[in-house]
Design a protein around this ligand. Structure first.
Ligand code: ZN
Length: 723
């Protein structure tokens, strides 16, 4: 997901807000009150609604107001105050980050949308778009103020006793709260302290108290809009309802917050089974988040379990020196077999979008297990294609994210590589030279409509190209990929190229490729087999409802991205690639992984099977029967060609229809034939035999130098004899 984050970055200077830039990634973590033992029994219901005593107290606190934070502090807040001692060593040598925090109980699911809109209530709201259902951790706002999709719950300014309430629907053991301020380009609003109340019936409430003093606990909250702040309750409380009561907030602002509630199921045998139980998957896979070391270990285990169909290789190193590991899966790992397409999944180019990484680690385990079990679908997949899985394109970013943990990492930290480069903007912009050449009428005869060369500036030694990007480009050149998807997170939508708008500087504009039909089909296949995207009742993640258009969108029509990996794949290689935004929550809690796997399992398999769509074949030399490398396959009506691999084999993804296909190669007569793509499973074989041109034969003779063919030699001798 890029979307609003970039808009924020672009707009930030005008409001003096240092968001969006990598500097936001150094924002500190500020856990609140001291965690208490969680073994103590739940406090019995006591106090009722807010008393007049409380009202007075609130007013007094408000009169004091909060000291206005200097804007500098937004960029670099005071060092984190920590409740627990923290380990500051890090395997990658990153700046001192806290070790991964385990808040104990998992999130109730405000961020992941497991908690539905109807479970929220509040004392008041400034507008519908700032209603309590928007008080979800990491929710992103629309650009317009007062629209339907604003970036927090905000109580009315006049509301003297604001509260925000979540109904867990069943008794549950509340253990902690994570809060953020309002996500807005235009305003600063955050809560600086709050109290917490509990209830079983939403009428009688009791307040969380400090252990030692017996006073109502006042939890220190946020000091900027974005950094999540965790407060563990002095004692966990069993209740059905929880209320946050803002006590103080940023001066001139309103009580606005985004929250996640941490809660454990109550282990009462008479209770209905907690919802978490229905979130399972029957696949025996390792449903955990894996940091670099754990990922490497897991990949090794898969390799040991399935040595005949797997191979691990590295395509290079991150800036910090972590290897970019790929798991290759095929019946003949390690070699390109003639006629067998190469497909890939890439995850984690934004290091904080962690779900894709785990899905690929789950996919490799699943393929291995199912192959051993003789699953026919998986066996066929592994015999008819070579699958390459890169779970972590930006391992440096991920390590940062992982150490913060699922609930405390915020929206952007870990997105960039260690140099602060957004890898999805770091590929060469080949769109501009192509479109310039098109405007000048040079395509395809003078300027190619495929394999657009790298611009000179990009190849200079001092070009700002991340090592991760370079590694992926070299990988793309080495292997003749046909199909790919690039896994992201933070939204639920599949976006297809072009990612960059054709009109310079246009923020968004529909910019289809010549292969729009294929890309729309590919995107629809993923969106149509992903369980959450198919849920017609689902609410939008943030500020756009992609379900209105089948959960797919042209990338440029969403938000322009120059230098994206999708556009580069399409314009520099034969590979067709789309972006899958897998979930609203970029870093779902571990206990959501089984469900996320089930949501995506079929989609991940079905998408790869689309490599069967279209035509494929081998282009050969008619005399020698040898395959011709780099022959060009052109389809009439589609201004984008593909080329053959070293063995002369090619794949041309196409939707059903009749096509005039021309194969041409340097030194050969071109051949055109009709190929019909049907709805039946393909690919449809469409082979070519090319004959050398006389000119080429002569050229080869000359190149051979002394080796003049015998008949010609005899003729020459005869001529000499006549003299
Ligand atoms: Zn992303």
């Amino acid at each position: 997901m890029w979307g609003l984050l970039l808009a924020l970055a672009a707009l930030a200077p005008s409001v003096g807000l240092g968001l969006g830039a990598p500097s936001a990634s150094v924002l500190g973590l500020t856990p609140g009150s001291t965690p208490a033992p969680r073994s103590s029994p739940a406090q019995p219901p006591g106090k009722t609604n807010a008393t007049s005593e409380q009202q007075i107290r609130i007013r007094v606190i408000k009169k004091k107001k909060v000291i206005v934070k200097k804007r500098k502090k937004l960029i670099r807040p005071s060092p984190p105050v920590t409740a627990k001692p923290m380990v500051t060593t890090s395997p990658t040598g990153s700046p001192n980050l806290p070790e991964k925090q385990e808040p104990g109980c998992p999130p109730l699911g405000l961020e992941s949308l497991r908690v539905s809109d109807s479970q929220f209530e509040a004392s008041s709201s400034q507008s519908f778009g700032l209603g309590p259902h928007r008080g979800r951790l990491n929710i992103q706002s629309g650009l317009e103020d007062g629209d339907l999709y604003d970036g927090a719950w905000c109580a009315e300014q006049q509301d003297t006793e604001p509260w925000f309430q979540v109904d867990a629907r069943n008794p549950i053991r509340f253990s902690g709260i994570v809060t953020q301020g309002r996500n807005s380009v235009w305003r600063y609003d955050w809560v600086t302290s709050y109290k917490v109340q509990f209830s079983n019936d939403s009428r009688t409430w009791w307040t969380s108290r400090n252990h030692s003093s017996g006073m109502d606990a006042v939890f220190p909250a946020n000091s900027d809009p974005e950094t999540p702040v965790l407060n563990l309750l002095p004692e966990p409380q069993v209740a059905r309802f929880i209320r946050l009561l803002p006590q103080t907030w940023f001066q001139e602002g309103a009580p606005c917050l985004r929250a996640e509630i941490l809660a454990c199921p109550v282990s009462d045998p008479n209770d209905l089974p907690p919802e978490a139980h229905s979130l399972g998957s029957s696949d025996p896979l390792d449903f955990r988040h894996h940091n670099y070391k754990a990922m490497r270990k897991l990949m090794k285990e898969v390799n040991e379990q399935c040595p005949n169909i797997t191979r691990i290789y590295s395509i290079g190193k991150s800036y910090q020196g972590l290897k970019l590991y790929v798991m290759e899966m095929s019946d003949q790992p390690g070699e390109h077999e003639l006629g067998e397409p190469e497909v890939r999944y890439v995850a984690g180019m934004h290091g904080n979008e962690a779900l894709g990484r785990e899905l690929l680690l789950l996919l490799m385990q699943f393929l291995c297990h199912e192959f051993l079990r003789g699953n026919p679908r998986v066996t066929r997949l592994l015999t008819e294609m070579r699958i390459h899985l890169l779970p972590s394109m930006n391992p440096d970013g991920y390590e940062t994210t992982y150490r913060r943990g699922s609930e405390l990492v915020g929206w952007a930290e870990g997105r960039w590589n260690h140099q602060g480069i957004d890898l999805n903007h770091n590929f060469a912009d080949l769109n501009t030279p192509l479109w310039d050449a098109e405007d000048d009428g040079l395509v395809p005869h003078v300027f190619p409509n495929h394999h657009v060369p790298l611009p000179t500036y990009y190849t200079l030694p001092n070009a700002t190209v991340a090592p991760e990007t370079r590694a992926v480009i070299e990988w793309m050149k080495r292997i003749p990929f046909v199909l790919s998807a690039n896994l992201h997170g933070g939204e639920l939508v599949v976006s297809y190229p072009f990612d960059m708008t054709r009109t310079p500087w246009a923020a968004r504009e529909l910019t289809p490729t010549p292969d729009d039909a294929v890309f729309r089909w590919l995107s629809t296949v993923y969106a149509g087999t992903n369980r959450v995207m198919q849920d017609t009742d689902r609410r939008p993640c943030h500020s756009q409802d992609f379900s209105l258009h089948g959960n797919i969108i042209n990338g440029a029509d969403w938000h322009t991205v120059p230098g994206s990996m999708n556009d580069f794949s399409y314009l520099h290689t034969n590979c067709f690639e789309v972006t899958v935004e897998l979930s609203c929550d970029k870093f779902p809690h571990e206990n959501e992984l089984p469900q996320e796997w089930e949501n995506n399992k079929d989609a991940l398999l079905t998408y790869l099977e689309q490599v069967r769509m279209g035509i494929a074949g081998v282009v050969r030399d008619k005399d020698t029967q040898l395959g011709i490398a780099d022959a060009v396959i052109a389809v009439e009506g589609i201004n984008h060609d593909v080329t053959t691999a070293w063995g002369g084999d090619y794949w041309r993804l196409l939707t059903p229809g009749d096509y005039m296909v021309t194969a041409s190669a340097e030194g050969y007569h071109s051949v055109t034939r009709t190929c019909r793509v049907t709805f039946e499973e393909g690919p449809v074989p469409c082979n070519f035999m090319l004959t050398k041109t006389p000119k080429q034969r002569l050229r080869e003779l000359l190149a051979a130098g002394v080796k003049v063919p015998p008949d010609l030699r005899r003729r020459l001798e005869r001529l000499r004899g006549q003299k």
